[in-house]
Ligand binder design. Sequence first.
Ligand code: C5P
Length: 227
Amino acid sequence: ALHGVVALDGPSGTGKTTVARTLAARLGAGYLDTGAMYRLVTLAVLRAGVDPADATAVAELARRVEIGVGTSPELPRALLAGEDVGEEIRTEPVNRAVSAVSAVPEVRALLVASQRSIIAQVLEGTGGIVVEGRDIGTTVAPDAPLKVFLTASEEVRAARRSAQDTAAGRESSPDEARESVVRRDRLDSTRAASPLRAADDAVVFDTSELKIDQVIVALSELASQRG
Ligand code: C5P
């Protein structure tokens, strides 16, 4: 079993979610999808008719919204005021607005505090947790014994996103998926507040050529050595 935190960061379309959930299930650990938390706040912003670019209004709303995420790798749940919105938070309007919302420092401060408290709770219970996001190794859990950063070429990431959308019954063309993925990663990497970047001590895997299964096998080994 895993002890401690595995921090799993990287841009979209690198296989991060599949790797994180599979690894957590194999290791009998908990799982935290921090992206889902930013998506939940974003959905609340859109539903309230707040302009995602209005940082003051976004921060004010973020203080009031009630979001919840499950920590089971088999069934990760995303709740907004008790309503299951697991599908709605993956739709294109949320994809378009989430980078603006997650760039607001107050939003990050609120969610990072909440992520740390969820992590502490899970560590007390099962003893291990795989946490996926953009700033886990750099900000949320800088002391994690294992930090992983996944990358992949633009082509591969766009193709994975498009395949995911199609599998989930959402309309998607490779060109649109590429534009959406590239735009979001550019915004996430260039924002001032804890931008997407690999921690200095992260193990970097390029998943363009590697099969996701190979990444999972390699990480299971690393986790059992370091966890
Ligand atoms: O991982 P996912 O693609 O669901 O994340 C959605 C968005 O949430 C990212 O594009 C990024 O803007 C934001 N995010 C973040 N920090 C995290 C996780 C996600 O800023 N730790």
